[in-house]
Design a protein around this ligand. Structure first.
Ligand SMILES: Cc1cc2nc3c(=O)[nH]c(=O)nc-3n(C[C@H](O)[C@H](O)[C@H](O)COP(=O)(O)O)c2cc1C
Length: 410
């Protein structure tokens, strides 16, 4: 069975007029922050697609809390330290990275940019960073391995109700030499994402009067899609959904995932996957301890970017207790709301080994394909370097709790 779409043309950017490409390059050059990439993405994408990327669950209180948590911490700078050379390198899962960051798995990237998964994977590889490909990617496991051959690739899997299909995906990632497997545990069902409901956005995509009008408002985006074809979730080709089980009122995301998935199942996956394994979506310190007991190599403290349980704590706020429970036993990553280089310093000061970023790359790739994804990573790295220099921190190993101001407002 083929795991790829016939119309696929790989990582090559869809051809567009030289004038359009030049305009895009100029816009990216003048994007000075992740927020400005977000602005470009908002102007480029139909509302339904932008909202799918940007939004969270229900009142979006956890989504907002993720950002607010970073704002509650301050960095207390030290001066007259030699910061002429800054070293941002470190080891993540035992291998060097250019900075303490990995790209988080985000599904349906192809709606932002044709085969955007490949574009982000290539940008990550060029920046010396790992990329996590999700189950619900729009480029197959094999395509990304083939077209981003210099990138450290991790594969993220959910447990689908059709367990054989899931185990087949994991085997494919193994055959394609993916370095690590991430099992995401925070989706026993989909979060209630009301923006998607309002916009008639679902996966697989279905046309409705409302979203056709919305699409028509973004002719550049429509032209790109017309050239490359409607994105499909390539890993899921051949997957026959179990129609007996549709989700309760929620977005379409999550309806095929198995709510019976439990610790014994996770232990079995650990037994059959021979390489590095991480568990993503951990918020409770006791769950973190169980992940460590299973012999996993890492965990990601995450509330899925505020897209699952609205009311869950900000990821950064959940981090310290998890660090206390398992620090030193496995690598601890945290994601949710990282938008600035200073946020990386704060996460590390609270005990994480690294951060993951999701939306910053979605905004970047939607704003300008691989160059836009590269711009997002460039901005985060440049800000990290500048923050370290302004704070008197010469290397990643020098970051600890002492760099945070004890009197920061809470
Ligand atoms: C559009 C979108 C799709 C996502 N898809 C997945 C997914 O398929 N698997 C997964 O484990 N996490 C998924 N996530 C969550 C991210 O991996 C990550 O936890 C989150 O985006 C981090 O927050 P940030 O976007 O504020 O950086 C998705 C997030 C977004 C925004």
């Amino acid at each position: 069975m083929s795991h790829e779409t016939a119309s696929a043309h790989g990582a090559l950017p869809p051809s567009s007029s030289p004038a359009a490409s030049a305009r895009r390059a100029r816009r990216l050059y003048h994007a000075y922050s992740i927020e400005s990439l977000r602005d470009i993405a908002q102007r480029t994408l139909p509302r339904a697609v932008f909202d799918f990327y940007d939004g969270g669950a229900e009142d979006e209180s956890t989504l907002k809390a993720n950002r607010a948590a970073f704002a509650r911490h301050a960095i207390l700078p030290r001066f007259l330290v030699d910061v002429s050379r800054i070293d941002t390198t470190m080891n993540l899962l035992g291998k060097p990275v250019s900075m303490p960051l990995a790209v988080a798995p985000t599904g349906a990237i192809g709606y932002g940019w044709p085969f955007g998964d490949v574009a982000i994977a290539r940008a990550a590889g060029a920046a010396g960073l790992p990329y996590a490909l999700p189950t619900s990617s729009t480029s197959s496991i094999e395509r990304v391995a083939r077209e981003a051959p210099h990138t450290r690739l991790w594969f993220q899997s959910y447990m689908l109700r059709k367990r054989d299909f899931t185990m087949g995906l994991i085997q494919r990632a193994r055959d394609a030499d993916y370095e690590a497997l991430i099992i995401t545990i925070d989706m026993p069902t989909g979060g209630k994402r009301e923006r998607d409901m309002r916009n008639d956005f679902g996966l697989p995509f279905r046309f409705s009067a409302r979203n056709v009008l919305d699409f028509a408002s973004r002719p550049g985006w429509v032209a790109r899609l017309a050239r490359s074809g409607m994105p499909v979730l390539e890993n899921m080709l051949g997957f026959v959904p179990d129609t007996l089980h549709t989700s309760t009122i929620a977005s379409s995301v999550g309806k095929n995932y198995d709510p019976a998935f439990n610790w014994d199942d996770l232990a079995r996956i650990r037994e059959v996957w021979p390489r590095r394994m991480l568990v993503k979506g951990v918020l409770h310190p006791d769950d973190a301890a169980r992940v460590a007991d299973l012999g996993c190599d890492g965990l990601v403290v995450s509330n899925h970017g505020g897209r699952q349980l609205d009311g869950a704590p900000a990821a950064l706020d959940a981090l310290p207790a998890i660090v206390q429970a398992v620090s030193g036993r496995l690598d601890i990553l945290v994601d949710g709301g990282v938008r600035r280089g200073a946020d990386i310093v704060k996460a590390l000061a609270l005990g994480a080994q690294a951060v993951m970023v999701g939306r910053p790359l979605l905004y970047g790739v939607s704003a300008g394909g691989e160059a836009g994804a590269a711009r997002a990573l460039f901005l985060l790295r440049e800000e990290l370097l500048r923050t370290m220099r302004l704070s008197g921190i010469a290397s990643i190993g020098d970051i600890g709790p002492h760099v945070l101001a004890p009197f920061a407002a809470r």
